[in-house]
Design a protein around this ligand. Structure first.
Ligand SMILES: Nc1ncnc2c1ncn2[C@@H]1O[C@H](COP(=O)(O)OP(=O)(O)OP(=O)(O)O)[C@@H](O)[C@H]1O
Ligand SMILES: [Mg+2]
Length: 387
């Protein structure tokens, strides 16, 4: 008997392609849910699909699981096209948002259900159920009914029920969205622990960017049925390829601007309330459908500056002219590790600044402040219409 369950020092994810999605498209009548899409998932990686509601995350997952047939394209698992296989013949299992446990069966029978359907030997079923219950730390709950478990415990059982089949790929569609914040964070750690222990390929759907950043080896950012960017959390956060990703991952200040000078060292830009210097030579597109453009004088663009790149000082602390702005604090939020200020600059710009809380004086609303930032904090994107 081969076993997929490996011990903790199993080899780490390598760069072997495990699942290849090639030219896959999905139409529902006149609606295109997924535009022609290519994606390679590596053996043993934790990949997250992240994007706003309706961007096609569940549809993509359902095509991998076999609950939905692609309108076009191929899905290869270890080199074999699985599109014609029904869901139960694919070495893939799904954990759904609603746990879908059978209410009248006890936990052990819920977990054993798929194995019984597959006519697995009784003694093997017993061993495997015990094994996965230990894996999700629920050994003592085998005889309970689902209604006798908390939400977090039911979530663990839903995981166990998927893992008992020893899938090569585990699909998770927003599995934590019904849990409160504390429990969710615990389950995130638990899921990471399981992933490391098993070495199974995980594809995890979420619309929560913090969750994706915390969990994933790589994140696939989707919007409107199109992949916007694929990369590690650090890559996507530090170098978003377009305005959509820049705004969707992490907090961002976007300010309309006009390019007033551009050379090989960077650009100078004028906004309604200040003059900025940027190290950027090009503007990223608004979304995946556009191209990166060289900056030229007269271009109307949007600049983006992360709140944590803003320095906040009381007026008069010696601000220079470029990459500074004077404003008035509208609101102050103490977030524990950082203090967040919303600062009104001029009549129409509201700028978010986040400064480390440790050792800093917390300023009061209505205080006049100078904001300042470095030229390498200023990134540039074209406007929606590409002007
Ligand atoms: N069976 C269906 N028939 C028609 N349209 C569908 C069907 N399933 C999904 N769609 C449409 O396809 C698009 C993508 O839906 P999908 O459920 O994949 O989004 P999602 O990214 O999972 O969103 P959410 O975060 O809200 O779960 C949506 O516009 C949706 O209305
Ligand atoms: Mg969904």
């Amino acid at each position: 008997m081969t076993t997929v369950i490996q011990d903790a020092d199993a080899p780490a994810a390598d760069t072997l392609e495990h699942l290849e999605i090639q030219g896959v498209k999905k139409d529902f009548g006149a609606t295109t849910a997924i535009e022609k899409l290519d994606l390679s998932v590596r053996q043993g990686e934790f990949l997250s699909l992240l994007g706003p509601s309706g961007c096609g995350k569940t549809t993509l997952l359902r095509m991998i699981a076999g609950f939905e047939a692609p309108t076009a394209g191929r899905i290869l698992l270890s080199g074999r096209d699985i599109v014609s296989l029904p869901p139960h013949r694919r070495p893939v299992n799904t954990v759904f948002q609603s746990y879908l446990l059978f209410p009248h069966m006890n936990i052990a029978d819920n977990i054993a259900y798929g194995l019984k359907q597959a006519k697995t030997r009784k003694s093997e079923i017993r061993d495997r159920v015990r094994e996965v219950l230990a894996l999700v730390r629920m050994e003592d709950f085998a005889d309970r009914k689902p209604e006798q478990l908390s939400g977090g415990q039911q979530q663990r059982i839903a995981l166990a029920r998927a893992l008992v089949n020893r899938p090569e790929v585990l699909l998770l569609d927003e599995p934590m969205s019904a849990l409160d914040r504390k429990l969710r964070e615990e389950m995130q750690l638990e899921l990471k622990r399981l992933h490391t222990k098993l070495g199974t390929t995980f594809i995890f759907v979420t619309h929560d960017q913090e969750e994706a950043l915390a969990m994933s080896d790589r994140i696939v950012v989707m919007y409107d049925g199109v992949i916007q960017q694929i990369g590690s959390g650090e890559e996507i956060y530090a170098n978003p390829v377009n305005g959509f990703v820049a705004g969707f991952i992490g907090k961002q200040n976007f300010v309309p601007a006009e390019v007033t000078a551009a050379d090989s060292a960077g650009a100078r830009l004028r906004t309604a309330n200040t003059v900025m210097e940027s190290r950027s030579l090009t503007a990223g597109p608004a979304s995946a459908s556009g191209d990166r453009k060289a900056l030229t004088v007269g271009d109307k663009v949007r600049v983006a500056i992360r709140p944590e790149r803003m320095r906040v000082t009381q007026v008069g602390a010696g601000a220079t002219e470029v990459n500074t702005a004077r404003g008035r604090i509208l609101s102050v939020s103490f977030l524990g590790d950082v203090v967040q200020y919303m600062v009104q600059v001029g009549s129409n710009d509201e700028i978010l600044a986040r400064v480390p809380a440790a050792g800093a004086e917390i300023l009061k609303p209505d205080t006049e402040v100078d904001l300042s930032w470095d030229a390498d904090a200023v990134t540039v994107y074209t406007t929606e219409d590409g002007a």
